[in-house]
Ligand binder design. Structure first.
Ligand SMILES: [Zn+2]
Length: 287
C-alpha cells in the first residue's frame, strides 16, 4: 500500500495522503489522516517514532488517536489547541458551537498533543516550513528536499469541484502560494495532502492553477457586488453556483470563510464597505 516517492520516503495514498519518513529504527508519520482503518494501516508499516501534524483539521488528525509512538504527537503551537478541542476546531469555521455532521463528513474527535513547537522545529531528518493561510499556524514538513505541503495548495480535481478553496486568510494564503511557486524548484517533490505528488514543471503548473483561481476571486466578488449589495452567504452561494460547484449548507459554510476573509482585505483597501439591512450585514461596492 505504501508508495515510494524517493530517498526512502513513502506515501500512504488517501485524502489526505500520509507521509512516512524513515528515521533510526522506524518512521516519522506526517498527517495520519482519517479514513476507516487508517490507524491500523499505519501501525502495520512498522515502528512509529513520532507523529507530526500540519494543522488541526479533523481529516488530517483523526487517525493520530490511538496511534502509539515513541516520541508522541507533535503539533505547531497555533494549531495544537484545535487538535485537542473539537469545539474550538468547529468555532473557527462556524463561528461557535456546531453540531456533528453539519460542516464535515469526518467525525470530529479530540486528539492529545504531546509536544507543541514553534517554527523553526526539527525532528531527526524532518524540518518545518511555515505555510499559513489555510489555517493560521499551518506548517509543511521537508525531509530530503521532499516537501509535504499540507493544504497550502490542492490538486486540480479537488480545486475544480470545490470552486472556492478553504482559506482562513485569503491574503496570507495567496502569499504562501506565491512563495511556493517561486521556490518550487528548490524541492525535489511537493506533496499536497489532497492531490498528486508533483515536481518541476508540473509543480509550477499546478501552483499557477491554484494562484489563478485565487487571483480571479476579487474581480468575481466585485462584479457580483456591483449588481447589488449582498450578505456573505448570498455572495458565496452565487459564486459557487456560477462556478458549477455544489451548493450545500456545508459548502456555503466552508467557502464563506474564504470569501469573508477576502471581503476583509477589500474593506482594508477601501474597495468595499459593510452596512446593515433587512437581510443582515450587506457588503457593498465602493463606487
Ligand atoms: Zn485542512
Amino acid at each position: 500500500m505504501l508508495k515510494g516517492i524517493g530517498k526512502g520516503i513513502k506515501l500512504l495514498p488517501g485524502s489526505p495522503s500520509t507521509m512516512f519518513v524513515p528515521w533510526e529504527d522506524g518512521f516519522i508519520v506526517i498527517d495520519p489522516g482519517s479514513s476507516e482503518g487508517r490507524t491500523a494501516d499505519i501501525r502495520a508499516q512498522g515502528k512509529v517514532k513520532a507523529v507530526l501534524l500540519t494543522h488541526f483539521h479533523s481529516d488530517h488528525v483523526l487517525a493520530a488517536k490511538g496511534l502509539e509512538s515513541e516520541l508522541g504527537t507533535h503539533a505547531p503551537i497555533v494549531e495544537a489547541c484545535g487538535v485537542e478541542s473539537v469545539g474550538l476546531r468547529r468555532a473557527v469555521t462556524f463561528g461557535g458551537y456546531a453540531p456533528e455532521g453539519l460542516i464535515y463528513h469526518v467525525k470530529a474527535v479530540s486528539v492529545q498533543v504531546d509536544h507543541v513547537f514553534r517554527h523553526p522545529f526539527q525532528l531527526g531528518p524532518v524540518e518545518t516550513v511555515p505555510l499559513p493561510g489555510h489555517t493560521y499556524g499551518q506548517v509543511g514538513y521537508v525531509a530530503n528536499r521532499i516537501l509535504y505541503a499540507a493544504d497550502s495548495f490542492f490538486g486540480d480535481k479537488l480545486l475544480k469541484s470545490a470552486v472556492i478553496p478553504y482559506y482562513q486568510d485569503y491574503g496570507t494564503a495567496l502569499e504562501t502560494l506565491r512563495w511556493l511557486r517561486e521556490h518550487a524548484r528548490d524541492f525535489r517533490k511537493l506533496v499536497p495532502s489532497h492531490g498528486p505528488v508533483v515536481e518541476g514543471k508540473r509543480a509550477e503548473e499546478l501552483l499557477d492553477f491554484n494562484i489563478g483561481v485565487m487571483e480571479e476571486l476579487p474581480d468575481k466578488v466585485m462584479t457580483e457586488l456591483a449588481s447589488k449589495p449582498m450578505t456573505v452567504e448570498e455572495l458565496t452561494s452565487k459564486l459557487l453556483r456560477e462556478g458549477g460547484g455544489k451548493v450545500t449548507v456545508s459548502s456555503i459554510i466552508l467557502s464563506a470563510v474564504t470569501i469573508r476573509s477576502l471581503l476583509a482585505r477589500l474593506y482594508e483597501e477601501s474597495k468595499v464597505t459593510a452596512e446593515t439591512g433587512e437581510r443582515g450585514i450587506l457588503w457593498k461596492l465602493n463606487m
